[in-house]
Ligand binder design. Structure first.
Ligand code: FAD
Length: 510
């Protein structure tokens, strides 16, 4: 039974087992997936807690209050929902602005690479259920040999796996559901009211949901927004995109594309533009070498993935500032993808100084480290310039900005550094109140990019998602136990479970 119902839910309902449409599927993939689904459900049942435990007191005529509302149904939101299911926290709903249940997160939208960047062998959103791991799904679809030969998981397979994961774990996502606002509770321990609007419709369709806890799993924009330099933002909107945006890549056909930013997304987007028929694509970077070293691979060990939180503030800031200055390299495939086109250019040590719009074309003025100027003529710009962490840019947090403790407040030496505006999170990704009048702040959990300083690699990305999910579910179950302890204790006092039915008293008992 659904925990909540939204008027537009019927429009995106999916009940059948999702089977990918790839030509590479084994002929018996459907049966193999059915067998796998049976196995997964058995495994989940075998290792599940057996009884509901959260005390309920329904008030007639009152709206149902969710234990947790998860905003965002990407890999992070789905993983959180499953981890809460494992703790038997059962009044959980996931809402996601996307309108197509076959597309999860960015993988069909703006993640324009052929494969994931994360290694295929990692603990992840399957948590403690091995049959739910991507490897088992991939093998069911394409065979064991195909998995052995696969270096990195293809991006669209990852999307299809997430669709299957959502289905097999019975996580119900309300699609087309865009959260526009979250309101403060009326009392210190009261529920939050959340405004949800059917995506793409007028605000008149807003519905209100109530939840005691909220997880913000909004993805890369979740800590603030996509960052685009002013010199690009001031150009006509039709002449530039940020890599975050979903745009029709066929617009690149016959065009000269200038990509600002030589990180992974810069190369991914140049490759996509060239594949779509761009006459030329140039990646520009300030550095004079392509980043080759991937710092994430160092971080993928239990100490970082599960225990980073326990470091002290000084150590966290030291790590975050050093790590923040390191670029994320493109994959080897992406480099080859770009260089397989003669019309690809890599312009290193080329800082953008100015962009001129002549009406006919864009003229990009660059400067190298010795002050030598150059120009490039383009028709369209793609800004691969990353993201900015600044919670005051998140509209759904508007009522809470002043109540959320930031690193600059919690640890004054961080003032003036790149981490100063990041939220100072508690052990379960919850915001910390900045003053005593907002105790409910710690029932809001931030599971996206703003979490990096407090949680390191433990979080929404695959490199540390396992540790993040365990941590968040554990901390919520702890808080729910404490909040309900008086009622749980009362239940214990009146509890009866007679296991002994027949006592034979040999020595003439009563
Ligand atoms: C090219 C590229 C390659 C990448 N490669 C990797 C990789 O290999 N490994 C990896 O771990 N990460 C990779 N990433 C990063 C990746 O985007 C994130 O790790 C991953 O998507 C995080 O999952 P998420 O659930 O936090 O966010 P997302 O998957 O982005 O999901 C967020 C969801 O929130 C929803 N949402 C946002 N705002 C609202 C709102 N107000 N109301 C309702 N719903 C809302 C969105 O519709 C979206 O579905 C890559 C990113 C890019 C762009």
């Amino acid at each position: 039974m659904s925990v909540v119902q939204l008027p537009w839910d019927e429009k995106t309902k999916t009940l059948d087992m999702p089977v990918p449409s790839s030509e590479a599927l084994l002929p018996d993939a459907q049966e193999r997936l059915e067998q796998l689904a049976t196995r997964i459900r058995q495994d989940i049942r075998t290792t599940s807690h057996h009884q509901d435990w959260i005390p309920r007191s329904e008030n007639e005529g009152q709206p149902r209050v969710l234990d947790v509302l998860i905003i965002g149904g990407g890999q992070a939101g789905l993983g959180v929902a499953f981890s809460l299911q494992r703790e038997r926290i059962d009044r959980v709903a996931v809402v996601d602005a996307g309108d197509d249940p076959r597309r999860v997160g960015p993988w069909h939208r703006y993640a324009r690479m052929h494969t994931l960047r994360s290694p295929k062998r990692m603990k992840g959103i399957e948590l403690d259920v091995p049959s739910l791991h991507i490897q088992r799904w991939f093998e069911a679809c394409y065979g064991e040999e195909a998995w052995a030969k696969t270096d990195l998981v293809p991006r669209l397979d990852w999307n299809d796996y997430l669709v299957f994961y959502r289905w097999v774990t019975s996580i119900e996502v309300h699609h087309k559901s865009f959260v526009t606002a979250v309101h403060r509770p009326e009392t210190a321990d009261g529920p939050f009211a959340i405004d949800v609007q059917e995506s793409g419709t007028a605000p008149s369709s807003v519905q209100t949901l109530y939840a005691r806890r909220i997880v913000f799993a909004l993805g890369l924009i979740g800590g603030g927004t996509a960052y685009t330099p002013d010199m690009i933002r001031s150009l006509p909107r039709s002449k530039w995109f940020h890599t975050e945006e979903e745009f029709d890549v066929s617009q690149c056909k016959g065009q000269r594309i200038a990509v600002l930013g030589g990180g992974a997304s810069g190369f991914d987007n140049a490759g996509t533009a060239l594949e779509a028929g761009a006459s030329e694509a140039a990646v520009f970077m300030r550095r004079s070498t392509v980043p080759c070293n991937n710092p994430l691979r160092w971080m993928e060990f239990p100490g970082m993935q599960e225990h980073y939180f326990d470091l002290n503030d000084e150590q966290k800031v030291e790590f975050s500032l050093f790590n923040g200055g390191l670029p994320q390299p493109p994959t080897q495939h992406t480099i080859w993808r770009c260089f397989s086109y003669r019309s690809f250019q890599l312009r290193m040590a080329a800082e953008w100084v100015k962009v001129e719009d002549t009406g006919k074309e864009l003229v990009i003025h660059t400067m190298d480290e010795h002050g030598t100027a150059d120009t490039y003529h383009a028709d369209m710009i793609i800004a691969a310039t990353g993201y900015k962490v600044d919670l005051t840019l998140r509209p759904e947090l508007k009522e809470f900005y002043a109540d959320i403790l930031t690193w600059r407040q919690a640890y004054p030496p961080s003032e003036g550094t790149a981490v100063a505006a990041s939220p100072y999170l508690g052990s379960g990704f919850e915001f910390t109140p900045s003053h005593s009048q907002a105790p409910w702040i710690s029932r809001l959990h931030h599971f996206s990019t703003g979490a990096r300083t407090s949680m390191g690699v433990t979080g929404n990305q695959l490199s540390g998602i396992y540790g993040g999910l365990k941590r968040m579910a554990w901390s919520m179950a702890t808080a729910i136990t404490k909040e309900n302890w008086p009622e749980l204790m009362r239940q214990f006092r009146v509890f009866e479970h007679k296991e002994v039915m027949n006592v034979v008293y040999r020595f003439g008992g009563p």
